[in-house]
Design a protein around this ligand. Structure first.
Ligand code: HAM
Length: 414
């Protein structure tokens, strides 16, 4: 026998109940986001590598280590999308969406690709639900997107969810703060983890993420960006917080909240769940007021979030959702009745019922058993002596004309 080929590492097949659970998640997402005026967007699975290199940032792990870059032939380099914000912003510019009433509110449910080491809740192809509101820097938009994600997690029954928020200020504030932090790190270099030292120039903020004890001690005494915000940024953050307080949204201010992508300005937030292991981030996002310029557009503020579908479902510990109920199971006694049975199933579906046709060559007894196992309300078995129609709920059975099966079912109120 030839060697069997398996799904690539860090990928998975979506089967059975898992597919139903995802469908439920999609319906909740649509209801909540479209109810708030978000419209669905789909962008290509791959984009110019340049979009992510510039948009997500050269110094991020995503760009440095995790991109699946394709051989684009004579095209310029292409990369499977590791995230959705840069592509949505690219589409906003490409389709002149600045002409629409602002903010333009878009949502997506798509798959993304990162070459990460697979573990529980971390995959190389994963799905995200995301929302982006582009064209307004009003703090009300920040508060609204946060509340929408909270609402989605609640609707899905996600357990142990906590929200942390912070503010990164503007690039100028960040640059000054960065220098201050670099000086602090350099003056304590001997106590830091080697990988933190290696990143002092490129990404000193990531030092807050380290679980190295010496680094953690140094970071406890490090200057905090939140204390360095300018008047405007501090005011913006205070306004976001006031609105969250107003609607009773619980959160914790985390002055060291760092996100793995470079485009953030001002508000950042992350929902974590205690029900997850090391990969505790369920969803997160923030403001990206400078991203449009980085990818070649005019200054256009924006904010959004993305939440991992697999992680949301893991924390929801969802009970297996019910399949759509089956109204009619159509069987037949003898091949001569096969075509008529096929027709009856097709007619039933056209009339709006759910119907399934016997396809496995079972005996009549086997067919009734299978209908029962499928949870069918009615079984119709076409045979030489007419059609036997059984109501599986009451056990009533009668012989009717095949052409009148629908009529009998309709009479019962289905
Ligand atoms: P992110 O934090 O990189 O943000 O990803 C958002 C969510 O996607 C994470 O919280 C996690 O649930 C899920 N996720 C990320 N990587 C993986 C993985 N390898 N396996 C499984 N799930 C994963 C973004 O992607 C930003 N685009 C969010 C955003 C939108 N910011 C503004 N707008």
């Amino acid at each position: 026998m030839n060697a069997r080929i398996q799904a690539p590492r860090g990928t998975f097949d979506v089967l059975g109940d898992e597919a139903l659970a995802r469908q439920g998640l999609e319906e909740h997402s649509r209801r909540i986001l479209e109810g708030a005026g978000y419209r669905r967007i789909e962008t290509p699975a791959f984009e110019a590598t340049e979009l992510f290199a510039r948009g997500v940032g050269e110094s991020t792990d995503v760009v440095q280590k995790e991109m699946f870059t394709l051989d684009g032939g004579d095209e310029s380099s292409l990369t499977l999308r590791p995230e959705g914000t840069a592509p949505v912003c690219r589409a906003y510019l490409e389709h002149g969406m600045h002409k629409l009433p602002q903010p333009v509110k878009l949502w997506y449910l798509s798959s993304f690709f990162r070459r990460e080491r697979p573990q529980k809740g971390r995959f190389r192809q994963f799905w995200q639900v995301g929302a982006e509101a582009i064209g307004s820097d009003d703090p009300g938009v920040d508060a609204e997107v946060v509340v929408l994600l909270a609402e989605l997690l609640e609707a899905l029954g996600c357990r142990g969810v906590r929200l942390r928020i912070g503010s990164l200020g503007t690039p100028a504030t960040r640059a000054a703060y960065r220098e201050e932090l670099q000086a602090h790190l350099r003056s304590h270099e001997d106590r830091l983890a080697p990988e933190v030292v290696a990143r002092i120039d490129l990404n000193p903020l990531r030092a807050f993420d380290s679980d190295h004890p010496g680094t953690q001690e140094v970071m406890a005494a490090a200057p905090r960006l939140l204390d360095r915000l300018t008047g405007d940024d501090a005011e913006h953050f205070a306004a976001v917080r006031a609105m969250l307080d107003d609607v009773g949204q619980a959160y914790e201010v985390d002055p060291t909240l760092v996100r793995g992508l470079d485009y953030y300005t001002r508000t950042v937030f992350e929902f974590t769940s205690d029900a997850l292991g090391a990969q505790s981030g369920v969803g997160g996002g923030g403001r990206y007021d400078g991203l449009m310029e980085i990818i070649g557009g005019p200054h256009t503020p924006g904010i959004g979030w993305a939440a991992g579908v697999e992680r949301m479902l893991l924390t929801a510990g969802a009970p297996a959702p019910a399949e759509a109920p089956l109204d009619l199971y159509v069987g037949f006694a003898g091949q001569a009745h096969r075509t008529a049975a096929f027709r009856l199933a097709a007619d039933a579906r056209r009339a709006g019922l759910t119907a399934r046709l016997e396809l496995a060559g079972r005996s009549v007894k086997g067919q009734v058993k299978q209908a029962d196992r499928s949870g069918a309300r009615y079984v119709a078995i076409l045979g030489d002596d007419g059609t036997s129609l059984k109501d599986m709920e009451t056990g009533d059975q009668q012989t009717v004309e095949a052409a009148t099966v629908m009529h009998h079912i309709a009479k019962a109120g289905l």
